[in-house]
Design a protein around this ligand. Structure first.
Ligand code: GLP
Length: 256
């Protein structure tokens, strides 16, 4: 089962995730992080930046990217990762890849998978979740075996992400995303969600049936998952009392 931790707010979740990352980097200075974008993981990056650790050898693989934005577009995930992650954390930009960043789009997925394998795999993957249950940009119906590839965004996701663009029509139709199979291969998944709008997606991911209709439910197949949620995002979990009890009674050596 995933470790479900109900936190007071985003900042508390950010602290927990940042501590897990720092513990990893202390063991392995060139650790490989899976980097998510969106508003949710910002708490993690802020907490990490505040700790001021040397992360210059850390390698990163972004989870996903839009297809079709002009190079340098401020809402491309490359630009977001540079702004919110690489610069504040002092990562080496040469060690951070974004899907679709090299070569033709047709072969970009296979190239990205190869690069992840050559890096020795992702040690810790940060994840958010979409209101329709997507992780990365794996929309409902995505195969649990899927690897990095080009996908078509749902109307719901385009609508959710329209807030970052001048108009909803400006949100790209396509994306390139690590697959659910890629995500499964990461050694530790840290999924964060905040707010009432994510409650249904979190309940489906954590307690619902394992189904491609709910891509987040793929986490139930992974041996090491930490789900960090605030009260609102936890509000539709049936076993919430147990999750609180288990976290309150964790053993001294148990971390995320
Ligand atoms: C986007 C990203 C996802 C992210 C999701 C939720 O579609 N591709 O990786 O998890 O949105 O975003 P937010 O954290 O802003 O709610």
């Amino acid at each position: 089962m995933a470790e479900i931790v109900i936190v007071s707010d985003m900042a508390a979740a950010g602290e927990l995730a940042a501590d897990a990352i720092l513990a990893l980097v202390a063991q392995k200075p060139d650790a490989v992080l899976g980097l998510a974008t969106g508003s949710t993981p910002l708490a993690v990056y802020r907490a990490l930046a505040a700790k001021g650790a040397d992360l210059s050898r850390v390698r990163g693989f972004a989870l996903d990217e839009y297809v079709g934005l002009p190079p340098g577009h401020p809402e491309s995930y490359r630009a977001v990762i540079t702004r919110d992650v690489v610069e504040p954390l002092g990562l080496d930009p040469a060690l951070v890849r974004v899907p679709g960043d090299r070569g033709p789009l047709e072969t970009a997925g296979a190239d990205y998978e190869r690069a992840i394998i050559e890096a020795g795999g992702i040690d810790l993957q940060i994840l958010g979740i979409g209101t329709d249950g997507h992780i990365g940009f794996n929309e409902p119906g995505s195969s649990f075996a899927s690897l990095t590839r080009v996908k078509t965004l749902t109307a719901q996701t385009r609508e959710d992400n329209a807030r970052f663009f001048d108009s909803p029509a400006d949100v790209p139709v396509h994306c390139i995303t690590q697959g659910l199979g890629t995500i499964q291969r990461a050694r530790h998944l840290v999924l964060l969600a905040f707010g009432e709008g994510k409650a249904a997606a979190i309940a489906a991911a954590v307690e619902g049936p394992i189904t491609a209709s709910s891509p987040g439910s793929a986490i139930q197949l992974h041996a090491h998952v930490s789900v960090l949620v605030d009260e609102a995002a936890a509000s539709r979990l049936a076993n919430v009392d147990y999750y609180r009890h288990a976290w309150a009674n964790r053993l001294p050596w148990e971390t995320l």
